[in-house]
Design a protein around this ligand. Structure first.
Ligand code: RB5
Length: 150
């Protein structure tokens, strides 16, 4: 896969983040873990901001954000210019948000998905490539919404 993945979580998702990192180690995907770790408290908007900056400044190619539900992280991430975050709890969506939406951040929740499914979500997301074509036009329209230019 050959990319750098930024990964971060809040206090509700420390264990699932560890499981995902262990899997990335196993399959040889490079990542940077932005925390938080065991015993730390962390507000998900702060972590989303920190991790997404790595994507928007180009130091990471994509990101994974995990909180209790995945929803707080995805809402926060999608406020950041240049971020297209998808909160997924099924493999089909995790794949197609790459193929069709060119999502650059995958979010999910420790209170929603188990480690086995989380790993499948990550594999689906990282393996799929944006298809471009007619989807590129739609992604451009998303970015225009962000800029309020249409
Ligand atoms: C933290 O308790 C929880 O609210 C957070 O992890 C997340 O689920 C928010 O969307």
């Amino acid at each position: 896969m050959g990319r750098l993945i930024a990964i971060g979580n809040d206090h509700a998702a420390v264990e699932l983040k560890k499981a995902v990192c262990a899997h990335l180690d196993e399959i040889g995907v490079e990542y940077k873990d932005f925390g938080c770790g065991t015993g730390e408290k962390c507000d998900y908007p702060d972590k989303a901001k920190e991790v997404c900056k790595a994507v928007t400044d180009g130091s990471a190619d994509m990101a994974i954000l995990i909180c209790g539900t995945g929803v707080g992280m995805s809402i926060s991430a999608n406020k950041i210019k240049g971020i297209r975050a998808a909160c997924c709890s099924d493999v089909f969506s995790a794949k197609y948000t790459r193929l069709h939406n060119d999502a650059n951040v995958l979010c999910f929740g420790e209170r929603v998905v188990g480690a086995g499914l989380a790993i499948e979500l990550v594999e689906a997301f990282l393996s799929a490539e944006f298809e471009g074509g007619r989807h590129a036009v739609r992604v451009e329209k998303i970015m225009a919404l962000e800029d309020n230019t249409d």
